[in-house]
Design a protein around this ligand. Sequence first.
Ligand SMILES: NC(=O)C1=CN([C@@H]2O[C@H](COP(=O)(O)OP(=O)(O)OC[C@H]3O[C@@H](n4cnc5c(N)ncnc54)[C@H](O)[C@@H]3O)[C@@H](O)[C@H]2O)C=CC1
Ligand SMILES: O=C([O-])CC(=O)C(=O)O
Length: 359
Amino acid sequence: MTTTPQDPHQTPASGSALPAATDPVTVTVTGAAGNIGYATLFRVAAGEMLGADRPVRLRLLEIPSSLEAAEGTALELQDGAFPLLESVDVFDDPVRAFDGVQAGLLIGSRPRGPGMERSELLEANGAIFSAQGAAINAGAAEDVRVVVVGNPANTNALIAASHAPDVPLERFTALTRLDHHRAVAQLALATGSPVGSVRRVSIWGNHSASQVPDVDHAEIGGRPALEVLAEHGRGRAWIDEEFIPRVARRGAEIIEVRGGSSVASAAHAAICHMRDWVRGTPEGDWTSMAVPSDGSHGVQEGLISSFPVTCAAGRYDINHEVKLGDDVENRLRASVRELAEEREAVRSRGLLGPRGRSS
Ligand SMILES: NC(=O)C1=CN([C@@H]2O[C@H](COP(=O)(O)OP(=O)(O)OC[C@H]3O[C@@H](n4cnc5c(N)ncnc54)[C@H](O)[C@@H]3O)[C@@H](O)[C@H]2O)C=CC1
Ligand SMILES: O=C([O-])CC(=O)C(=O)O
């Protein structure tokens, strides 16, 4: 991998929680034989997530019926002869798979099909995250960081966190980086601008159709995005009627057009999420992550909601400078209501663990 001054991710952020030395990092990937798992593992082994100087130990978790496929993936990982890849182990037992985990990518779970909402997956997927949260509680390293990709991602992360009362709550996050990327890409397309010139986009709320893509503070080429959009004949109506629904329903559009849910773009987003958390967001920009709310921006404490965050020194901080416009605030309230409803649904099914029962 080449180092260029334009790419802030090629060198570890100053003050990163990871030591400068080349200690290996233990990465557990669930659903390792699935589509997103397969698209993720080789990039992690190549150093695209944790850095070109960081050896990794991969621990792959699968269900028994897909174990052989995961073993095959492990053989292919060997065949890649990745200099950074110290070991690959395959498990069907979450307790063993999460033993010593420092970076957990919780992907394994059922994807939705055409016409479904992600919340309909709670029945099929919720229980997976109870067992995995408990396994993380039992064996994770002190510096563990978890990103839940499996849908419905925010509520699955809530379930996992509730079963891991000994792990700091803020270490459980869910993926909305794909929505963030989709929003950036749509703004670039709409204005004929390079993707790299779009900054300060925010995704708020749930990774669902109720999510809130927010361009109020976004910049294109260093200028307010709203101004640049207006020059291209795109005002509020475009934002409300085209941009927001396009981004919020892009997952369904991909399922319809591709015949299956997003894979490589989701893997890329998961890698970027963990990379930025560990190594920092670029100077002057932020990203979007679903993280446990501390009550910020009026989001009920404890719900795992997407926020604009800046990352440095191995931690993320919810951005408090970004003020909510009235429309964004109204939409966010609706998305938070949906998150609260999902929490009630999993609570009533007995899926919440010791940390989440009373909140
Ligand atoms: N948050 C996001 O932005 C996105 C989330 N997703 C979600 O990611 C999840 C995975 O999607 P795909 O990889 O396409 O699905 P897939 O069906 O190709 O793979 C899922 C894999 O998970 C495995 N699995 C099931 N239960 C497991 C368990 N208890 N432990 C370990 N592995 C288990 C399955 O055997 C399978 O190999 C889905 O829930 C999908 O909706 C997909 C795209 C974007
Ligand atoms: O839409 C889905 O079911 C998969 C997903 O989360 C996405 O592509 O954003």
